[in-house]
Design a protein around this ligand. Sequence first.
Ligand SMILES: Nc1ncnc2c1ncn2[C@@H]1O[C@H](COP(=O)(O)OP(=O)(O)O)[C@@H](O)[C@H]1O
Ligand SMILES: [Mg+2]
Length: 397
Amino acid sequence: MSNPFRIHGVVKRPFFADREDEVARIATRLQEPAAKMLVYGERRMGKTSAIAVAVDQVHAAGGAAIVADLSTASTVADMTNRVLGAAGQTLGRKWSDVATELVRSVGVRLSMSTDPTTGAVWPSLDIGYRQAPLDEQQQTFGRVLDTLNAMAERRKRVLGLVLDEFQEIHRFGGEQAEWHLRGTIQHHEHVAYILAGSRPRLIRRMLAKGRAFYGILDKMEFGPIEPGYLAAWLEERMEECGVRCDKVGQECIQISGPRTRDVVQLARKTFDLTAGAGRADAESVRLAFEELVDEEDGPIRSWWDDLTPAQQNIIRAVAVTTAGITTAETRKRFSLLTSSAVTQAIRKFREDGDLTRGGPSGYVLDSPVVRGWVISKALPDLGMRLPSTYRPDDPYS
Ligand SMILES: Nc1ncnc2c1ncn2[C@@H]1O[C@H](COP(=O)(O)OP(=O)(O)O)[C@@H](O)[C@H]1O
Ligand SMILES: [Mg+2]
């Protein structure tokens, strides 16, 4: 039997669990003229997957919606290319002449690419355009969005446009880029925008009073799947594939929660280890977790080696302490520096995505596998031995 769980890329049914409310809301918004909605939450929660399922629903109902993934962009030109690519590849099949219209309206030189498998044709900016001045790149980005709005209007349709990881615009132009995006989208009556993003801290700042997105977006905070539902779904999937489960779902969430991907990754490994025997219990999940920790040893160790001793001590503390991270007690126990130095180091860890808010100490390691690694490999340095599955913010205690 092949594994019933997937952990790479976007997942759709049957690999996709629940999210009925979120998917329904996103799908509805994607077809509402002039809608502007923000979908935000920590990474690995399942936003992109829920959006993909919603976009499929829109298509199945005869509508038009596209997703531009801005997560890897290094310039505004790259973002424009993502939008052009999504429009050409997805819309090209539903609306005729999409590529021609874009080329005519955008006003800078575009080259055509063809997808060898689907035959879709889409335009992209000439490669040298990435070096154009920032304001020029922004104007072109705006013009592409204007063109999509005009195309939808002419066809008397609504175009759903998802800008996934939209907060990255901030990297290329700071607040000014935010205002530019706001100025562009706010007058579009024929596009429904979903702005999605995985950096809640940055996004909250973008929404604050006096900032560009204040008051213009409906908000949808994307949290964890209800644990009881997810636990039952995990076990159902495993049982369908021949593995009898005893408290497996609950244990996966207990060790890995609350990010959907982390939980599914552990369930996936548990399935691999138990498919032969045809039965799994909480102990199998703990063994699977240890295996994940071992498998990730290379990348985690090189991250660890690049930290300063002071930073390493902070990470050790966050991994296990149940007292506040800057309290005298914690600082003494883990040889931390002054509380202001600790606060500053934590700010950097949060920016890098290594730590997030939560737990009794105020912070948790973003990845449960990294936490397991720190506990099993770096706490023995202090003579401390705890099971790798230990978590200071135990959700069941
Ligand atoms: N509803 C879901 N059901 C099952 N697995 C999911 C679900 N949502 C997310 N996942 C898992 O999490 C991974 C990351 O999801 P993704 O949609 O990329 O999250 P995000 O966009 O929030 O970072 C997916 O590859 C999949 O393994
Ligand atoms: Mg995503």
